[in-house]
Design a protein around this ligand. Structure first.
Ligand code: ZN
Length: 189
């Protein structure tokens, strides 16, 4: 069951001919539902029309422009953002992070960094899949929607805040535990 969730971000090469994508190269991606779960495949323009099993189990098909990844900042300078965290987590095949991945995608959509392109619910899977496009780079992110309940969302949001190193907003009653902010008054003269 968990294997179904591991939908990776865009590959850097064509799944058919193994050619590395060039910066700004147009490519076509598809999401298939197979026996092993969801399978994402990225094709160059040449291989797409010649692909194996067109239409068979293709849940979603979309085109995109590949953008060469920006050089990684040295670890010491790196500041974790919702976007960098999403990218990192999508590269790991960690099914326990699926809720966090979804909440990050929603956060980035609210900030207009990602745009939702389509929502799919393949028959018989009971599983919602959302395809987001990165507004600037054109990359696509395929994110399974865990359809969280409100209570779960709060828990996951807290986890996301922790991962991003943001202190959660104080809850009710916490104000007493926080010392009053020191307000030094400007002294003139
Ligand atoms: Zn190819």
């Amino acid at each position: 069951m968990n294997a179904e969730w591991n939908v990776r971000s865009c590959a850097d090469q064509c799944v058919a001919c193994q050619k590395k994508f060039a910066d700004r190269e147009a490519l076509t991606s598809r999401l298939r539902f197979t026996e092993a779960g969801y399978l994402r495949e990225d094709f160059c323009a040449e291989c797409w029309p010649k692909r194996e099993a067109p239409g068979a189990g293709e849940v979603s098909v979309w085109s995109a422009t590949w953008a060469a990844p920006a050089p990684k900042a040295p670890e010491a300078l790196k500041k974790e953002t919702a976007e960098s965290l999403l990218r990192e987590l999508m590269e790991t095949d960690d099914p326990t992070k699926r809720n966090v991945i979804f909440i990050l995608a929603v956060m980035l959509e609210r900030r207009r960094i990602l745009v939702e392109k389509e929502v799919q619910m393949p028959e018989g899977t009971g599983q919602k899949i959302r395809v987001y496009e990165h507004k600037q780079t054109g990359e696509s992110f395929v994110v399974p929607d865990p359809q969280l309940r409100l209570k779960e969302i709060e828990t996951v949001q807290r986890e996301v805040m922790e991962l991003l190193g943001i202190a959660p907003p104080p809850g009710k009653g916490a104000a007493d535990a926080v010392p009053p902010a020191a307000a030094p008054e400007a002294q003139n003269g």
